[in-house]
Design a protein around this ligand. Structure first.
Ligand code: PRX
Length: 508
């Protein structure tokens, strides 16, 4: 990443868990000239065959002129026409490389993320504002001081890794930690052993990992020295109270401020979070609380008007620009304007809902659109539906987010099968799982599949997902207004299919 920025090249880092099709889609959209990969990746005791994924992807990417291959493991990579052995060619390069002067608004990187409709979008971040914002938030939100070792365990393929593994900490001269594993490999003490070994001062991670770890005995934490820790941080999804208290009292021994940080790929850096260093109100558990300097949150009501006063809930918008905000969607500025600035003219709309408490603190209540969060990974339900709909047996699907103990949410798919396939649904469902894994990634594969005859639709043909959510959650006692349904008898049909599904799951 740093080498790219030094020569003025725009980078777009792709999470190693994506399929070759998902990778190809990103390379094509960005028109990439070069791809950098390792021969293999290693994670949690598993080897990921990155080079084959890249090989399959670049076959459909005519803009790619070179594939640079670095040897992460000893296994020799099979080299093709486009491939260049990175470690070897670097040996013959000059160690001096003057930095390319750029304009403050020139592109720095693209990062693809999911929206409620369409393909993932290439969020555009630019040079100066992004760097300023990540550096300031890194300093003030985490109480960073010279000499600290900053431990953000996010994967560098997501925005958290960009802003708080690479750009923010390095801009402030911090020592930053590159964590290349899972929280439970080789055992559930991995994070805390790393804290002890590297004397980490700030530990920044995701609730999904905490929820996994708190199920193990606390001795996995206690046996390691965590006295170096000063600030703890959480990011990416709502943190439940149990995880917050465990992180605060067991990991932090009750002495480290724990900041719940709310932000997005599009915001570049943290926008709402407590700032322990500048002595605001005492931290309220599991609450993002305070906007960062210069960030002006506004809550909008159903009529699209700003809601004044406190103790109100609404659509979370930001009414003034801030340095780290995304500048565009690559190749489609109109989509950027439509997605973020049309819903509430004059404001940036986050897609999230929030509550402003009696004393003016912000609590994020979750997405208001069809975006779900699986283990901290953001996914558009429309992307999963598109993948499922490619199966010849499937005329229609609807995917919703369903709560999960550790992952936060998992995709729940309602699937309509063509009549002649209805007799072999198990085989089709297995093919559907494989289809999602090949089109997107394994983590996007629905945990639940419910085969239904029809989906609940309004007279204008729109799927009423609200009803599907209620069926999945078994809260159909209160279905709300169903008067716009084309045929209300469909609800009973789906509830019955769901009851059968539950019984079958119970027997498994
Ligand atoms: O719904 C919010 C949730 O994650 C979304 C942004 O996802 P992404 O762009 O992948 O960036 C994640 C890392 C910054 C938001 O729209 N989210 C993020 N942080 C929080 C959160 N939800 C609740 N509390 C948070 N602290």
């Amino acid at each position: 990443m740093l080498a790219c920025t030094r020569i003025g090249a725009v980078h777009t880092v792709v999470f190693a868990g994506f399929s070759s099709e998902a990778l190809a889609g990103r390379i094509q959209d960005a028109g990439c000239a070069a791809v950098l990969t390792c021969n293999e990746g290693v994670r949690g005791g598993r080897v990921i065959d990155l080079k084959s994924t890249v090989d399959a992807a670049v076959r459909s990417c005519p803009t790619v002129r070179h594939v640079f291959v670095s040897q992460r493991t000893d296994k020799p990579a099979v080299m093709g026409q486009l491939d260049v052995p990175l470690d070897q060619v670097m040996m013959s390069q000059s160690p001096a490389c003057p930095a390319e002067p750029l304009d403050s608004e020139d592109l720095l990187f693209l990062l693809y993320t999911s929206g409620s409709t369409g393909k993932p979008k290439g969020i555009v971040h630019t040079q100066a504002g992004y760097l300023l914002y990540t550096s300031m938030t890194h300093q003030y939100v985490f109480d960073y001081r010279d000499g600290d070792v900053f431990g953000c365990v996010a994967d560098v393929g997501w925005i958290t890794g960009h802003s708080y593994v690479v750009y923010g900490p390095l801009c402030n001269g911090a020592t930053t930690v590159l964590f290349e594993s899972t929280p439970v490999y080789p055992n559930p003490g991995r994070y805390w052993e790393t804290v002890q070994r590297l004397r980490i001062s700030q530990f920044y991670g995701a609730p999904t990992a905490l929820r996994l770890l708190l199920k193990f005995d606390n001795s996995w934490v206690k046996k390691y020295d965590r006295s170096s820790l000063r600030t703890l941080g959480s990011v990416g999804e709502p943190i439940n109270h149990e995880a917050w208290h465990w992180f605060h009292s067991v990991v932090g021994d009750g002495r480290c401020p724990l900041v719940d940080t709310w932000w997005q790929t599009e915001t570049g850096g943290v926008c709402i979070a407590p700032r322990p260093a500048d002595h605001g109100a005492p931290i309220i558990p599991a609450m993002a609380m305070r906007p960062f300097y210069g960030v002006q949150p506004v809550l909008m009501g159903e009529e699209g008007d700003p809601l004044p006063g406190n103790s109100v809930s609404g659509a979370l918008c930001i009414s003034e620009p801030w340095p780290g905000m995304a500048r565009s969607i690559y190749g489609d500025h109109q989509r950027f304007v439509d997605a973020y600035f049309k819903p509430f003219p004059g404001c940036y709309f986050t897609g999230d809902g929030a509550f402003r408490s009696e004393d003016g603190h912000y609590q994020i209540t979750g997405r208001m659109d069809d975006v779900i969060n699986v283990s901290g990974h953001r996914l558009g339900t429309a992307e999963i539906e598109d993948a499922l709909d490619e199966h010849p047996a499937v005329p229609e699907t609807a995917v919703i987010g369903y709560p999960h103990d550790i992952k936060g949410e998992v995709p729940f798919a309602f699937v309509v099968l063509k009549e002649d396939f209805g007799s072999a649904p198990l085989a089709v469902l297995q093919e559907l799982r494989e289809l999602v894994a090949t089109k997107i990634a394994k983590y996007a594969v629905p945990e639940h599949f419910l085969v239904v005859k029809r989906l609940p639709k309004t007279r204008s043909g729109k799927i009423m997902r609200r009803i599907l959510r209620k069926v999945a959650m078994e809260t159909t006692g209160d279905l709300g207004d169903v008067s716009t349904l084309d045929d209300p008898s469909v609800v009973k049909e789906i509830i019955e299919a769901h009851e059968l599904y539950r019984k079958q799951r119970g027997q498994e």
